[in-house]
Design a protein around this ligand. Sequence first.
Ligand code: SF4
Ligand code: MG
Length: 325
Amino acid sequence: MRDLSVRFRTYGGHVHALRQINLHIARGETLAIVGESGSGKSVTSQAIMGLLPTSTAQITSGTITFDGRELTTLKPAQWREIQGRRIALIFQDPMTALNPTLTIGEQMTEGVRRHMKYSADQAKARAIQMLELVGISSPQQRLKQFPHEFSGGMRQRIVIAIALMCDPDLLIADEPTTALDVTIQAQILALFRQIQARTGVAIILITHDLGVVAGVADRVTVMYAGQCVETAEVHALFAQPAHPYTRALLASVPRLDMPAASLKAIAGQPPDLFAPPDGCAFAARCRHAMRICHQITPPATALPDDGSVRCWLHDARAPQAARRM
Ligand code: SF4
Ligand code: MG
């Protein structure tokens, strides 16, 4: 994704949901996209999946290239070759993702029969294989059951199995564990790792919770007010967060070795995306804000290991006195 900007038309004017987003992901890699609600995480995944609402959303700049193919100019028929087949999406709530009136078997086999022209037997064999991959025992019998016969964690495993049926190259998981309790959450995150090791699928994990990315992601992109403010290799991000917003987010993650009272909420509100401010979007909440921060949007500065940050503290052109960390 290069320089991607997306805005939505509303009665109140344009909402500038994404502003010059740059992202990349390699085969077999997990990229976490982290941010508060409204930061643009889900719009980013909708753009990659071709699911932006055509009546209101407009891509005003940039490109999305997938395996050499430009996605922003695809026709609906061309999208259907990619959605679910090359790029698959996993939603937050497994209960709404599954149809309560159809058996697991019917729901699992529908895509491969339609997209890949599998016979009924081939599709069933593939479904059994995928249920085994996500750790569901007696898959043969399970195929005949309905969603309500499974626990929440099992349903999320089934949703993941469905997403894997067509052997996609890219899996986008939008808050996949938010509806689950903590123990099940950890199991599902571990499952993503196992699946990736077995299939080589690339995974984009979208979450508001920086706590869940540590054990799962290779790289992390932090979004704020429709911009990528920092991208870094996961260990570097936790050890040396470069952007003041990333540092504030890390300070708000609960840790076992710290009393709960020391958790710091980030004071203030994200900016109004109807009229994003000039300069840095985080300036109103930033302890380090300088005059330039309120005037000019900070450009992306390269960090070691392919990372980048949008903050004047890291830019050699910012006033000398301002560059202290
Ligand atoms: Fe803070 Fe300025 Fe950096 Fe924005 S550019 S995060 S206001 S120091
Ligand atoms: Mg969302």
